[in-house]
Design a protein around this ligand. Structure first.
Ligand SMILES: C[S@@+](CC[C@H](N)C(=O)[O-])C[C@H]1O[C@@H](n2cnc3c(N)ncnc32)[C@H](O)[C@@H]1O
Length: 236
């Protein structure tokens, strides 16, 4: 059994690319929040881990970064390569596997946008990503807000476990939910210190493009982002 469910995106890459380029949750919520957390990109070397069809790759290039992308899904890798051509090397890689192809101290920024909740062993993956950071580097993670997951799944807020959902279009995805405390414990166990935590706010542009979703996300949490720095040396 695969360790995570990225391959669930196979066959949906073009649909995801089309929707996420304008959708409330991607274009007007996650990307503006995360790009704001990345800071100055000019001259930075960035790994986009779980790059999907490359919408972040485009934005990172536009900011002046040099970029490497990877994704577990062959269909997503194909869509990302179609988008960025030879400007970005895009590799097929499962985040549950070691980065045998990347040296220690390689990247200034590792971006993990809307993917960590698909990973089986989040601590091992984050520790491996920490190994790839240059001194002073940062990992930026965006994911579902634990409160939103709890509201959607019900039961106890403090439960941790897999949730299965079928999205419009028929894609079934299985993701990990856990309370905020467990996320913070995972970061610490991976040798990462929390530098900033941001609860996404909808961009004003969402109010025009997606007014109903804007109303919802202006009053309740949907996503959350964390900026993490190495608290242990990369070799520890
Ligand atoms: C919601 S999409 C996000 C794509 C992109 N980061 C963005 O925000 O536009 C989730 C992506 O994570 C990928 N994925 C899921 N599990 C993965 C894993 N274990 N390793 C690498 N990629 C994975 C999926 O194939 C999919 O492209």
């Amino acid at each position: 059994m695969p360790s995570s469910d990225g391959a669930a995106y196979d066959g949906f890459a073009d649909t995801f690319a089309r929707e996420a380029s304008t959708s409330a949750y991607n274009a007007h919520y996650d990307r503006p929040t995360v790009l704001g957390l990345l800071g100055d990109l000019d001259g930075r070397h960035v790994l986009d881990a779980g790059c999907g069809p490359g919408l972040y790759l485009d934005a990172l290039l536009a900011g002046g970064a040099t970029v490497v992308g990877c994704d577990q899904s062959a269909d997503m890798v194909r869509a990302a390569r179609d988008r960025v051509g030879d400007r970005v090397p895009v590799r097929q890689h499962d985040l549950d596997a070691p980065f045998d192809w990347a040296d220690d101290n390689t990247f200034d920024i590792v971006l993990v946008a809307l993917v960590i909740h698909y990973v089986h062993d989040r601590v091992a993956t984050l520790a491996e990503l920490r190994r790839l950071l240059r001194p002073g580097g940062r990992i930026i993670v965006s994911t579902s807000h634990p409160t939103a997951d709890w509201i959607a799944a019900g039961g106890s807020y403090f439960e941790a476990g897999h949730v299965e959902e079928t999205w419009s279009g028929g894609m079934t995805h299985r993701y990990w939910r856990q309370p905020l405390q467990a996320w913070l414990d995972d970061f610490a166990a991976a040798g990462l210190a929390l530098e900033r935590l941001v609860e996404h706010q909808p961009a004003l542009s969402m109010a025009h493009e997606h007014p109903t979703t804007y109303g919802k996300l202006a009053r309740e949490p949907g996503f959350i982002a964390y900026r993490l720095a190495a608290s242990l040396p990369a070799s520890a």
